[in-house]
Design a protein around this ligand. Structure first.
Ligand SMILES: [Zn+2]
Length: 331
């Protein structure tokens, strides 16, 4: 955990600081306010992607990695295991839910036809495929711990993102895809680690004595300024925004899990890109293990070790390359 925190904090200037300077420029602003952080990018196109095209995109992306992955995903479409339509009264969000290990999982989505919805479809199918592969472990060991729960989902999303990127019709579409991906990754990796860092500092300070609201606000603002960078100004009132994160009270330090999952997959994807010939078999083996083994054991065959800061740097370098490309397109 310390390795992940240290690697990400050291990468703030190379990742979030650079990206938000670009975003300020795209929005035509000198400085960003916190509400601009997730503002829609002015680059996005209006085209809606039909469901059939989303299905084909994801299945082809999965098949290009390994036909076995596509074979596992296909029945979700053909046999009605996905509820994708938006209708009144339906819960928001998306998830894949296992049932029992001798039956199949279900996927719930709210598909609106944006490129991000195609990525969400790829994500939830990744969970579905993971749940099918791990079912062999039985009821007690099939569920993966948080550290590995997002492996197949984020990996499937990455495969699909790469395919959409490779097929982008023009530079504008490419830029919108790249920016969307970078922004998602900053929200998952950088922001959640900044939350974790805030919690660590808060708990350490509390150990030395009681804290006033002003003390907590000051810790929050210091971490926010450090992680978001010089593109931001902070309007009065943001000091107390730490109160909007329920995890800080209800599941302390839980936020690390999001960053851990994304960082792990980025590192795995980097190994795949480096061309390990046995990567796919090892990957299936890892998914089949479900929750039966620790990540240390499951990552060892890939030559990866999550306690080594260089492991996290591998994944962070991948985000950095996407930002390099965005900067080059903007020059
Ligand atoms: Zn997920």
């Amino acid at each position: 955990m310390q390795a992940l925190r240290d690697a990400v904090v050291a990468a703030y200037p190379r990742l979030s600081h650079r990206y938000y300077r670009l975003k300020a420029k795209w929005l035509g602003l000198d400085r960003l306010e916190v509400w601009d952080r997730n503002a829609p990018l002015p680059l996005e196109e209006d085209r809606r992607i039909p469901w059939a095209e989303a299905e084909r995109t994801v299945i082809e992306a999965y098949a290009a990695f390994d036909p076995r992955l596509a074979d596992l995903a296909r029945p979700f479409f053909g046999r009605g295991w996905i509820d994708a339509g938006v209708k009144p009264g339906k819960a928001p969000g998306a998830f894949a839910h296992p049932t029992v290990t001798d039956a199949h999982p279900y996927v719930m989505l709210n598909y609106l036809g944006k490129p991000r919805d195609v990525m969400t479809l790829a994500h939830e199918l990744g969970h579905g495929v993971h749940q099918i592969l791990a079912a062999g472990q039985g009821e007690l060991l099939s569920a993966t711990p948080l550290t590995l729960a997002e492996t197949a989902s984020v990996f499937g999303e990455m495969l699909t993102f790469r395919k959409l990127l490779a097929e982008a019709p023009d530079a504008k579409a490419r830029k919108a895809l790249l920016a969307g991906k970078v922004e998602d990754q900053i929200n998952t990796v950088i922001r959640q680690i900044a939350f974790y860092d805030f919690e660590s500092k808060l708990h350490a300070a509390r150990r030395l004595g009681e804290l006033t609201v002003e003390d907590i606000n000051a810790l929050w603002m210091a971490v926010q300024a450090e992680s978001l960078g010089d593109a931001f100004v902070f309007a009065p009132g943001y000091e107390s925004f730490w109160t909007y994160i329920p995890h800080f009270v209800h599941s302390p330090f839980y936020v690390y899990a999001y960053a851990f999952g994304d960082g792990l997959v980025n590192a795995l994807y980097a190994v795949w890109e480096e061309g390990d010939p046995d990567f796919r078999d090892k990957y299936f083996e890892m998914l089949r293990a479900g929750g039966s083994r620790h990540h240390r054991e499951l990552l060892a065959p890939f030559g990866l070790d999550a306690s080594d800061p260089r492991f996290w740097d591998k994944g962070l370098a991948m985000i950095e390359r996407l930002i390099d490309e965005l900067e080059a397109m903007d020059a």
